[in-house]
Design a protein around this ligand. Sequence first.
Ligand code: KG4
Ligand code: ZN
Length: 349
Amino acid sequence: MKSKKDVRILAYESSCDETSTSVVKNGREVESLIVATQIKSHQRFGGVVPEVASRHHIEVISQITKEALAKANATWQDIDAIAVTYGPGLVGALLIGVSAAKAASMATGIPLIGVDHIMGHIMAAQLETEIEYPALALQVSGGHTEIVLLKDPTHFEIVGDTRDDAAGEAYDKIGRVLGVQYPAGKTIDEWAHQGQDTFNFPRAMIDDSSYDFSFSGLKSAFINTCHHADQIHQELNKYDLAASFQAAVVDVLVTKTIRAIKQYQPKTFILGGGVAANLGLRKQMQTEITKLPDSMQPKVILPALKLCGDNAAMIGAAAYNLYNEGKFADLTLNADPSLELPYADSMLE
Ligand code: KG4
Ligand code: ZN
């Protein structure tokens, strides 16, 4: 049987502090992935400075477009669609990717696809293996903490969300108190593995009936503990602090996710977003899923660490699903800093 023509997508991601380009084949195979990180430029400010982010995106985007094509051994003639993150994120940062993608689409005549950043994080899983639907994702990053039901590759339903801070944001904020440079998640994760949960910080909303989260109380409890110790000149063990903070975050994330898996019984479970790189979270989630009865065990996809943080390959994966449905954008595509996932009705009945 004659095989269907391969679909190659050139994808752009510039929603925050990484400028990234990638060529993805058939939504599954990463032919090239370039990630130009700007973290060093933001570290001295303790967080991302939007104007600095936009300037860095402009500086590298043309160069990394060429690099992504060259590394994939591709020319514009080999590209079937140009995909770009158009929200949510920092508006000035998003605009650089959107403008680059639109310019390339206009110059070459290659169709354009606008992709939701969160949909991208979840579809990083598709680069690992096939997702069977319905699927359920825990999407945890610097800006979002959500439990998402996926009816199919393009229709999602948020069943739980954070009421205040995102999990990654909480990591970054408590990291600052411990003198860890932004972004603090990876270091806190490493420290947590060298300490014990001795502080027993609060696990907010762990037993309530919703799938929502709250991390600001935990953050305040952590900061108060450190300030109090400072005032009485007591030195606290940073490894135990990290382990206690991480245990509180992971307990809540895993408990609520397991309850959602029991209720919705998805065929696949996906962990997505920057915090999905957390080794404590990955381990505890896997352990608790294996304790579920056989009939409730979903296929588990934990994307490779390099696909958890912001990258354009995940945007190329998500764009392929939109391509298959003919969901193209035109040159009126604009950055939408508060874009929301495409809603799927009839999933919660
Ligand atoms: O998805 P991402 O790259 O950007 C957003 O879309 O927000 O996530 C970045 C977040 C940061 O808050 C960072 O501290 C956190 O992910 N992060 C981690 C780990 N690696 C990155 N948090 C906990 N443990 C990690 N190993
Ligand atoms: Zn992200």
